[in-house]
Design a binder for this molecule. Structure first.
Ligand SMILES: Cc1cc2nc3c(=O)[nH]c(=O)nc-3n(C[C@H](O)[C@H](O)[C@H](O)COP(=O)(O)OP(=O)(O)OC[C@H]3O[C@@H](n4cnc5c(N)ncnc54)[C@H](O)[C@@H]3O)c2cc1C
Length: 389
């Protein structure tokens, strides 16, 4: 073994969750090493749509998303950049009266969480959003939600954590993690051995294999949302869009490019999810139908990413049931970018004090797994695709 080090906390994974945990641990003065198989923010956290929205989240996520909203507003103070976070508002569209009724019910259920949802229909809706196709009858507008540039945010969080003293190691895939007395020993091939008191499993779509090492088998699957970006166009889209019940989502940045997501990539063989031409055509057709101004726009890039998905679309977040001082935070099911900073803060609190003020019981690993025998499966390198059982 080339290098051995001993510290308090090891974080596996430098996505927005792990990087934020490192940042908040250092703000508490806790010694921490972060190990990422690739580069911080190179996976789901760096290739996502960039939606920074509270609207549409499950009720159980409300306290977490509210705290995240405060952190996003404070980003320049926290990490020295706003990450191009724009409070454009988030507009969830209704295609029929049943959609409108669902949006009204959601507004009523989430009152008290500061989203100030505003339902808009009829002539007022048409006048305010004239660039939408006629098939849409109204929507729910969340004025302070918005969007940001995912390529900037996570690397900036990791950089700030490093400035505050976090030991951040990239291209450092954890190949083994095991309990040794009251400590953990993590190995990065035969180059690095790290001994710590506490481990944070922030490995995204690869999180379930670390849980399995400690006898916690969970049904995390892999999803690959499809994304595309157009050439720069005159700015017309005044809000980030989603559709009640699912469909495409779209935003436009100041430079004029429109970023649109929708559908999934089925490819399950490549390290980097590769869009199929059928999925690309379906996304372009759905976009042209909703946004007439994009009918003749050129798409300059398609891409996807690898994301961990749970059956109930809520993450696994909280302590291991089998092993002390092990905390899981993975399986964000296509929606971890906005809540990521708050999840990192919660993890830092759990690692430092064992508790958190934000309610997270709904995300406990107990909802999926009865403790089993620890897995004897070898850990897969990050490049390998993890298909669920
Ligand atoms: C295309 C796409 C669009 C999305 N759009 C949105 C959106 O608009 N809004 C939103 O809120 N969410 C969105 N999401 C979801 C969001 O991006 C994720 O939920 C979030 O980024 C998850 O962060 P993470 O830190 O848990 O995981 P990741 O960013 O995947 O980070 C996990 C890290 O673990 C590392 N790792 C894995 N195995 C090992 C190992 N053995 N050793 C060391 N490191 C390891 C990986 O290299 C990776 O960097 C989208 C996701 C995708 C893919």
């Amino acid at each position: 073994m080339n290098t051995r080090l001993s510290t308090e906390v090891a974080i596996i994974g430098g996505g927005i969750v792990g990087a934020s945990a490192a940042l908040f641990l250092r703000r508490r003065g806790v010694p921490v090493v972060l190990l990422d198989a690739d580069r911080c923010g190179s996976r789901a956290s760096g290739v996502n749509y960039g939606g920074v929205r509270r609207q549409g989240r499950a009720l159980a996520q409300m306290p977490l998303t509210r705290r995240a909203h405060e952190l996003w507003n404070d980003l320049p103070n926290l990490i020295g950049t706003d990450g191009e976070f724009v409070r454009s508002g988030h507009l969830k569209l209704a295609r029929n009266e049943a959609d409108m009724a669902a949006l009204a019910a959601y507004r009523d259920q989430t009152r008290g969480f500061g989203m100030n949802l505003e339902l808009v229909t009829g002539a007022a809706f048409r006048a305010r959003f004239p660039w939408l196709a006629d098939g849409v009858i109204g929507g729910s507008f969340c004025p302070q939600d918005g969007h940001a540039n995912p390529r900037l945010v996570t690397p900036a969080i990791a950089r700030r954590a490093r400035e505050l003293g976090a030991d951040i190691r990239e291209h450092a895939a954890v190949t083994q993690v095991a309990r040794d007395g009251d400590r953990y020993v993590l190995r990065v091939g035969d180059t690095l051995e790290v001994t710590v008191r506490t481990v944070l499993n922030c490995a995204g779509a690869w999180g379930k294999q670390f849980a399995a090492q400690f006898g916690e088998v969970v049904p995390e699957t892999v999803i690959r949302p499809l994304m595309m970006v157009t050439e720069p166009l005159p700015v017309f889209m005044t809000a980030s869009l989603g559709i009640q019940g699912g469909g495409i989502y779209a935003r436009q940045i100041d430079r004029g490019n429109c970023i649109i997501g929708g559908g999934r990539v089925a490819d399950n063989t490549s390290t980097y999810a590769r869009p199929s031409s059928a999925a690309m055509h379906a996304l372009m057709a759905a976009t042209a139908a909703l946004l007439p101004r994009l009918r003749h726009a050129s798409v300059i890039r398609f891409w996807s990413g690898i994301e961990g998905n749970m059956p109930d679309h809520n993450p696994v977040l909280g302590p291991s049931l089998t092993t002390p001082n092990l905390f899981h935070a993975f399986g964000f099911s296509g929606a971890g970018f906005q809540i990521g900073p708050a999840v990192g803060e919660v993890l830092a609190s759990l690692a430092a004090t064992g508790t958190t003020d934000i309610p997270i019981d709904a995300f406990g690993i107990a909802r999926f797994t009865a403790p089993a025998r620890p897995s004897v499966e070898p850990l897969l390198p990050v490049g390998h695709t993890l298909e669920s059982t």
